[in-house]
Design a protein around this ligand. Structure first.
Ligand SMILES: Nc1ncnc2c1ncn2[C@@H]1O[C@H](COP(=O)(O)OP(=O)(O)OP(=O)(O)O)[C@@H](O)[C@H]1O
Length: 468
């Protein structure tokens, strides 16, 4: 028996598989660039067979599944093998849908070297038509809060009466905030009401690849037939169209054809239309011609609700105080929250301990220490000063010109959002200002953020920079 096997065998069987996967994830977190790890590895959910011979990874959608298979599967399999001391068979599957009559097809095997058929996530709306929808992503499983209220309401509206108002619907926001979830929800809801509707979910990169294939095989007629006949096109991450001229041209044609026949288009992106780079102006202006709505990072109460709901969906109870503790410390996005929850539940099962604040603190030790190290008020002041090209000293000075006062207010707002400091403490760190001055700044920037797209975008950039 290898050392890894002994360690795993010495634990109760319940949860030992989780610990194997947990160890693998931790190993990959050290080896891979943070961005890659956060995007591709961290969101994975794993199921380990009782004898540890097989690990099934569940992936949210087809695009991600293909990408993980191509880029990471052999690395993950290698890491598991190293940890367990024997070969572990790795499979990739789409996150299972509810156990309904809808077809769920078996996971795709990723035996290395072979080119397996991709897993089938799509279901048939009209006969033979693949929607690529993940039926687990519905309005019912999407927690509502201030951060997504408008986007959710608009999406609901579209799913109820497509082809009318808000066409196209353009949803933008930072990573892991629920854009993909929301567009799937639109498709699932529409299909529920009209099972014959032709609905397609597609990631923008997949669209690019379809264009390339049509180009190589000279099958543009089929391509057009496929895209121009839809009732609802859901297209994710359109920022990927940047610099792809032919794709943009084809998308423009599809866009015009669909709108002309009152089909609906819902798009997502990491930025608002005018913030997109290297996309033709005529497309950008069309993106903006219906309704553009943002999804913000979830506020505290929403993060708490998400944690409690997701724990319940996993068959576990998370006491409210624990959810508050986690929500206060994991602020960036929902994917991070899900990762934290997964860690806590695995840790609880592995150690056979109840979920408590103490346990959460232990399970999230690494994450908490990274956060504490990274975001300090000084760090915020320096980053904001750099961004707006003012001196750091102006953060403490009494100067009042708008070019200085505004970045200072933004820094105060970020200090309140991203650190645990109280208003008086923040005031102190900004040259001994009163806490009411800080409160005023926090409220002002929070309010303006809802109204001013450009400010909102700047804040996103600053937040991402500060969170590393
Ligand atoms: N409000 C919410 N309620 C419940 N779950 C949510 C909510 N928002 C996001 N999620 C979950 O968080 C995860 C990340 O969301 P999603 O993939 O939709 O993000 P995204 O905005 O599309 O991110 P990216 O730009 O990185 O693709 C998903 O598992 C999704 O189900």
């Amino acid at each position: 028996m290898s050392e890894g096997q002994q360690k795993l065998a010495s634990t109760a069987s319940l949860g030992a598989g989780d610990s194997l996967w947990q160890a693998c994830v931790e190993q990959l977190a050290q080896e891979l660039p943070e961005q890659q790890y956060n995007t591709w590895i961290k969101p994975l959910a794993a199921q380990v067979s009782d004898d540890f011979s097989k690990v099934t990874l569940f992936v949210a959608n087809r695009f991600k599944l293909d990408w993980i298979r191509a880029q990471y599967a052999s690395r993950i399999a290698g890491t598991l093998e190293k940890l367990y001391g024997q070969p572990v068979q790795l499979e990739l599957a789409l996150t299972p849908r509810e156990a309904s009559a809808r077809t769920f097809v078996a996971p795709a095997s990723v035996e290395m070297g072979a080119a397996p058929e991709p897993a089938e996530m799509a279901e048939d709306s009209a006969p033979g038509f693949k929607t690529r929808l993940n039926s687990a992503l519905t309005f019912e499983t999407l927690v509502e809060g201030t951060a997504n209220r408008m986007a959710r309401a608009a999406a609901m509206h579209v799913s109820g009466t497509p082809g009318q108002l808000y066409n196209p619907l353009f949803i933008y926001g930072g990573v892991g905030l629920g854009k993909t979830h929301l567009v799937h929800a639109v498709g699932n809801k529409l299909l529920q009401d009209r099972p014959q509707a032709k609905v397609l979910y597609i990631h923008a990169e997949q669209f690019v690849s379809d264009v390339v294939k049509a180009y190589q095989r000279k099958t543009f007629d089929e391509f057009k037939e496929r895209y121009h006949s839809l009732d609802l096109l859901l297209i994710d991450d359109v920022q990927f169209f940047a610099n792809k001229d032919r794709t943009q041209e084809e998308f423009f044609n599809a866009f015009e054809a669909l709108l002309a026949k009152k089909s609906h288009i819902v798009m997502t992106s990491d930025t608002y239309p005018k913030g997109l780079t290297d996309i033709h102006e005529r497309l950008v202006s069309r993106f903006d011609s219906g309704l553009t709505v943002a999804i913000e990072p979830p506020e505290l109460e929403m993060r708490v609700a998400i944690l409690i709901n997701k724990a319940r969906a996993e068959g576990a109870e998370m006491p409210e105080e624990v959810a508050f503790f986690v929500a206060k410390n994991v602020r960036s996005n929902v994917r991070e929250l899900e990762g934290a929850l997964r860690k806590i539940l695995a840790y609880s099962r592995f150690n056979q301990k109840e979920v408590s604040i103490q346990l959460a603190r232990e399970a999230l030790r690494d994450l908490l220490s990274i956060q504490n190290r990274q975001i300090s008020v000084e760090n915020i002041q320096k980053t904001v000063a750099d961004y707006y090209k003012i001196k750091v000293a102006d953060m403490y000075s009494k100067k009042r010109p708008a070019s200085i006062a505004r970045p200072r207010q933004i820094a105060m707002y970020l200090a309140k959002e991203l650190t645990q400091k109280s208003l008086p403490e923040i005031g102190e760190l900004f040259g001994g200002r009163d806490h009411t001055t800080v409160l005023h700044a926090v409220r002002k920037i929070a309010g303006e953020r809802q109204q001013l797209t450009e400010l909102n975008q700047q804040l996103h950039v600053l937040e991402q920079t500060l969170k590393g």
